[in-house]
Design a protein. Sequence first.
Length: 258
Amino acid sequence: MTETSTGTTAGVADWQAWQTSWDRQQEWYMPDREERFRVMLDLVEALVGPQPRVLDLACGTGSITDRLLGRFPDAVSTGVDLDPALLAIAEGTFAGDDRVTFVPADLKDPDWRAKLPYDAYDAVLTATALHWLHSEPLAVLYGQVAELVRDGGVFMNADHMPDPSTPRINAADRAQRHARQDRAKAAGALDWADWWQLAAKDPALAEPTARRFEIYGEHADGDTPPAEWHARVLREKGFAEARTVWASPSDALVLAVK
């Protein structure tokens, strides 16, 4: 899908085109996005096996679920999110696949878990989503997640986790990243704002996109504590082990085992 296309043909949304467009937009920010997904699924297989029951937390368009089922055809996934536009893409992409269930829910609602189809999961996975939360509600969420993960199960969060103790390294990485993004933008890549403007023009996504901005407003980040904070809080909230298992200069993947 190009910047000028709508993703809808003869009134029928091309959900796969929107899925691909979302991936490209996210890769503009994170060129190593597929690598972190690979590591995440390697560790799912190593720790809970190739037939996991997975909760795709703050699932968006279902990027994790897509890669999960591509690698593990016998997996089962529950995607939970509040964003009506991204959920529309996810539901359209996986329509008719009985391995997948999507649940609209607000993770800041104390009762969000009551909407899930299962009481326990082998793995809870999330990527580039929980930085929307500030540290206090994120710590609460970690406690709720710990109660959903079965004994021996895993939780993984891949997100922005810069180390505040290395300001010169962080500044150099940020400058290099922005220069690369500028080159890609000049070549036609869509950023976050561009992508949402395109979604708002598509007949299939205009209404859920409008509702999405009523819920969230413009993109507003919460906190981005370092990986060590995530690992410590996860242990405090009930996980037996937690540590970083993948990292770039600005992002990390933290794994916790129940």
